[in-house]
Design a protein around this ligand. Structure first.
Ligand code: CTP
Ligand code: MG
Length: 164
């Protein structure tokens, strides 16, 4: 698999998976941690729901299937569901760390919020897709840069209140 197609076929489904759950605005959602606490703090918090998890896997799978038709590639179709699942597991690991540190649901955790999902996606994608190390590091490095750039643009457009 070429470097270019690896970046597209892993990166884009991971981004879409991470961006999908907030769209389930009016749905009644069920927390993955079932409201359970550990040492007085929520395990994951209300921001991580089963509905969000399933929706993210669905979105990354559909995104991947469409991209595979555009970017000629021998990537395994299972990769795309694994990327979505991995993104959500990484995101959950991020929330787990935030809760242990006493950071409230939705409060910023800088770098962690930006790359947790991509690390998870890359780890699970690896199960069926032997992508190169250059792809791994490129995605880890460009992910926070893309986050920052998108937020600055969103801020300039008046969609986002803060430029971060
Ligand atoms: N979301 C969800 N289920 C998930 C992940 C996200 O329902 N598995 C939805 C929630 O409504 C969440 C929103 O997407 O509030 C934004 O996701 P994220 O920023 O990851 O969560 P936070 O609310 O910021 O919570 P945390 O502090 O735990 O990161
Ligand atoms: Mg957040």
């Amino acid at each position: 698999m070429s470097f270019f197609s690896e970046i597209i076929l892993i990166g884009i489904p991971a981004y879409f998976a991470n961006g999908a759950p907030p769209f389930l605005i009016s749905l009644k959602k069920h927390p993955i941690d079932f409201g359970k606490k550990w040492r007085g703090k929520r395990l994951l918090g209300d921001g991580k729901t089963w509905e969000g998890l399933f929706f993210a896997v669905l979105v990354s799978t559909i995104t991947g299937v469409v991209l595979k038709r555009i970017v000629q590639n021998n990537i395994h179709l299972w990769s795309f569901s694994l990327i979505g699942l991995g993104a959500m597991l990484g995101d959950m690991a991020g929330s787990f760390i935030k809760r242990r540190k006493g950071i409230k649901r939705g409060a910023k955790a800088g770098f962690l919020d930006m790359i947790d999902f991509m690390i998870g996606a890359l780890i699970l994608a690896r199960i069926v897709t032997p992508y190169s190390w250059i792809t791994f590091f490129t995605l880890i490095i460009i992910t926070p840069i893309i986050h920052r750039t998108a937020n600055i643009i969103g801020h300039k457009m008046g969609v986002k209140k803060e430029p971060w």
